[in-house]
Write a protein that binds this ligand. Structure first.
Ligand SMILES: Cc1ncc(COP(=O)(O)O)c(C=O)c1O
Length: 493
């Protein structure tokens, strides 16, 4: 048994203090996702409860103890889910709950905290600034400070998920756990290492919020100056030393994943499991996407740990991700091969015309123009990353895109505003991809390399390279007749 701060007997007794609505959450094989991820996969679903996250397990213990013996008032800092859960647990026990959160936390989380009768104080900073403010309120008002991951009840509450996993009849090899402050990972990890030490415990964090993962690898607390991720639930900068010590005892690995993988994971959970999840809950799927070979022969459990997400942002992310089939999504036209009619001509398969991209100077004005014309905007989306640079053949690309569709969904324009590199005006025949008014037409094809070879014979020249976006697409830009850029996309599955 690992010598963490957690107590196995207390964890075994904990379910008696936790409202049953949070307990015995579904654990099931998700065959549809298995088919696309290439490994055996079970989902432990922690979103089907009144606060739509696992945090209720811990706050039930916290609030239960406070109601029995402690002060009647408590304050916590929260990225949103702990606050909502403490508000829920406190309300049922007549406790006075104050939550301190970032002004930039998802409105869906902040609204629910207010709706559950908690006092909500917002700080003009991130989660770690909210932590400082909550501590100051506790000192000043003499009320109980509930510190997520430090207070043992938050970890032991989460550990009841581990209890359910080890008590289940499902045999599994690996558990992927979203890592923020560490309550979830230390809790679940403690139970697994105690009762199923052969099961691999892997923590997953976004590359944009890597503090705890870096700390785990260096075996000492490493802080970061800032975070940059859509996974707001796990975006901490200052790991708690006691939690790191526990994590070092129970985790086998800690990995970082890219934002694009998190979005792809959210989309897959929607498409193949029918689950609307917040970004933190897609970290496990993101890890699978980024290292398929590692998990290919494993039975993996991923804990789907939260579903509190602003729907506007959700639609923007999901809609902008390639491969989605939603009515207004950017990638709508990049639909699976099986659903497409193909037309063959001299051996080359052209599936359909996807969209036309236009580089614009004033994105708002361009969107307004095409909206006026009757097209429907699909949502704004920033795009950058090394894969973009490689595909378009430019360095340091930072663009904002808006996909406009005709109401019937068949025609689409992608309006692109380059923030970097600078816009280039005037269009010579070899105009680079950041040229104002550029004509670029994208086609979905069956075999990108074969297509490039064939088009070369007609003067087509690759502008950048053929490169891979995730495991989803091969992409390239090709110079076509009269300088038009012909972009090609081959869907990989
Ligand atoms: C949805 C979700 N996933 C993961 C986490 C990370 O959990 P922990 O902070 O216990 O590591 C949180 C934290 O609030 C969360 O809300």
């Amino acid at each position: 048994m690992p010598a963490t701060r957690l107590d196995t007997a207390r964890i075994r007794a904990a379910p008696r203090m936790i409202d049953s609505v949070f307990l015995d959450s579904p654990l099931y094989r998700c065959e549809a996702l298995e088919a696309v991820l290439g490994c055996a996969l079970s989902i432990k679903l922690e979103t089907a409860n009144p606060v739509r996250s696992f945090k209720g397990r811990g706050t039930e213990l916290v609030a239960g103890l406070l109601a029995e013996s402690g002060p009647r008032a408590a304050v916590c800092a929260s990225a949103g889910n702990l606050g909502q859960a403490l508000a829920w647990s406190g309300r049922g026990r007549g406790l006075d709950v104050t939550v301190v959160a970032s002004r930039f936390a998802p409105a869906a989380k902040l609204d629910r905290i207010r709706a559950l009768d908690a006092r909500l104080e917002l700080v003009d900073g991130d989660f770690d600034m909210a932590r400082e403010r909550a501590a100051a309120i506790a000192r000043h008002d003499g009320i109980r400070l509930v510190e997520d991951s430090l207070h043992i009840e938050t970890c032991e509450g989460a550990a009841t998920i581990g209890l359910e996993l080890v008590d289940s009849a499902t045999p599994f090899d690996t558990v992927l756990i979203a890592l923020g402050g560490g309550a979830l990972a230390t809790g679940v990890g403690h139970m697994l290492k105690t009762f199923a030490p052969g099961v691999e415990v892997i923590c997953v964090q976004p590359s944009g919020a890597p503090a705890m993962t870096r700390s785990w690898h260096r075996r000492r607390v490493v802080t970061t100056e800032a975070t940059d991720t859509i996974a707001d639930g796990v975006a901490g900068r200052r790991p708690i030393p006691e939690v790191l010590d526990d994590l070092l005892l129970v985790a086998d690995d800690a990995v970082l994943v890219e934002e694009a993988s998190i979005i792809a994971g959210m989309r897959m959970l929607l498409d193949h499991a029918g689950l609307v999840v917040e970004p933190s809950a897609a970290l496990g799927i993101a890890a699978l996407l980024e290292d398929r070979a590692r998990f290919a022969d494993r039975h993996v459990v991923t804990i789907v740990c939260g579903g509190n997400v602003d729907m506007d942002a959700y639609h923007r992310w999901i809609g902008a991700a390639p491969g989605h089939r939603g009515a207004r999504s950017r990638g709508r036209a990049l639909i699976p091969r099986a659903r497409q009619r193909t037309s063959r001509r001299r051996g080359m398969t052209l599936q359909r015309m996807d969209h036309v991209g236009i580089v614009v100077d004033d994105l708002d004005a361009a969107v307004a123009f095409f909206t006026e014309l009757g097209m429907e905007p699909g949502g704004r989306m920033p795009v950058q990353g090394q894969w973009v640079d490689r595909v378009v053949g430019l360095d340091g690309v930072e663009v904002e895109i808006e996909m406009m569709r005709t109401p019937d969904g068949h025609g689409a324009l992608e309006l692109t505003k380059f923030h970097a590199p600078d816009l280039i005006s005037g269009a010579p025949d070899d105009a680079p991809p950041n040229t104002l008014g550029l004509r670029r037409v994208m086609f979905a094809v069956d075999d990108i390399r074969d297509t490039v070879d064939r088009l070369r014979a007609h003067g087509g020249e690759l502008i950048g390279e053929i490169d891979r976006f995730e495991d989803l697409f091969l992409l390239c830009y090709l110079r076509g007749p009269a300088g038009v850029i012909v972009a090609l996309a081959e869907q990989l599955r």
